[in-house]
Design a protein around this ligand. Structure first.
Ligand code: ASP
Length: 331
């Protein structure tokens, strides 16, 4: 079976059981939901991502996936997810078919998602899919014989983002257990917090949800996490939880998901993290954001060493390199 192995000449990290336990476990698999990842899987993926980070720093790119082709199929806007997958593939020696603007593809002629997937898998070894409908990636898996990577299905999930978010928390704070994570902003429509909260449920964490009532975390997710014993408390004021917060995960109010623009106008700008917020925060708190930001974090925060959102997006490439290596392997 084709498996990921560190490039020749590199000592195998003592933390990475290459050639043992999990080698090949993800080969040929689709990634649709964070629910597919056990804590062991996460540790394995993060180990590979660290190797990727080191290798990019040392050699820039290498031929692990030489000859492999990725199709990047985006029915919704993207900067980071789309370009980090392209960069990840390029740094692993593979190439990408980019369908970033489906309006210029046969989708504009009325082609269905299943037919578009069937087409692209004739040319590519793996398809990254972003789509406005919840469940679109799962629907694609039904017709695909190649791995599908869910890059966001409407307000559903964004598993690769959640993995890079968790990787960032661990990189910034050294560990995830014992931390209080505060999610701020649009927890109702924000798919990144839906996936991240589910992943965090595998750790010993406290979750705080700060949002206006209409943008609170969906009931089904709260119930799911409660049944796993996760401590979750909703708030509407950031001040109430800031002093205990280790990770402040800020999100954009998802304008495109509102049916009534007036509702959006009522809640936009509800929270702004600025220099004053940072004065009241823990010395080692980490500020994260999946980006794009549209005013939720003042630019004056960027120079604060606790602002991790630019490091977070860089991590996205290493984590996506790891996922591609795990799914596409190397013969
Ligand atoms: N880029 C993230 C997403 O695609 C967050 C956002 O758009 O606000 O979900």
């Amino acid at each position: 079976m084709a498996v990921y192995r560190p490039p020749e000449g590199r000592p195998v990290s003592p933390h990475l059981p290459f050639g043992e336990r999990r080698d090949g476990a993800w080969y040929g698999k689709s990634i649709i939901s964070v629910k597919q990842f056990s804590r062991d899987d996460l540790e394995y993926a993060f180990g590979v991502a660290k190797e990727m980070r080191e290798m990019v720093a040392r050699v820039g790119s290498f031929d692990l996936l030489k000859g492999k082709v990725l199709a990047n199929l985006f029915y919704e806007a993207s900067t980071r997810t789309a370009s980090s997958f392209v960069a990840a593939m390029a740094r692993l020696g593979g190439s990408t078919i980019q369908i970033h603007e489906v309006h210029y593809s046969s989708v504009s002629k009325g082609e269905s998602l299943p037919d578009t997937i069937r087409t692209l898998e004739c040319y590519a070894d793996c398809i990254v899919l972003r789509h406005p409908q919840v469940g679109a990636a799962a629907q694609a898996v039904e017709v695909a014989s190649k791995p599908i990577l869910n890059a966001g299905d409407g307000i559903g999930e964004h598993p690769t983002q959640a993995l890079l978010d968790l990787f960032t928390i661990e990189s910034e704070l050294g560990q995830i257990d014992g931390k209080t994570i505060t999610m701020l902003g649009d927890l109702r429509f924000g798919r990144t917090v839906h996936s991240l909260s589910r992943l965090l449920a595998q750790y010993d964490v406290k979750l705080r949800y700060v949002a206006p009532d209409i943008l609170q975390m969906p009931r089904d997710i709260v119930d799911e996490l409660a049944s796993l014993g996760v401590e979750q408390v909703p708030h509407d004021r950031l001040d109430d939880v800031l002093p205990e917060t280790d990770v402040l995960y800020v999100t954009r109010v998802q304008k495109e998901r509102f049916e009534d623009p007036a509702d959006y106008e009522n809640v936009r700008g509800a929270y702004v993290v600025d220099g004053e917020t940072m004065l009241a925060a823990k010395e080692h708190m980490v500020v994260m954001h999946p980006l794009p930001r549209v005013g939720e974090i003042a630019t004056e925060v960027d120079a604060d060493p606790r602002a991790a959102y630019f490091r977070q997006m860089e991590n996205g490439m290493y984590v996506r390199m790891a996922l591609l290596a795990m799914v596409l392997g190397k013969a």
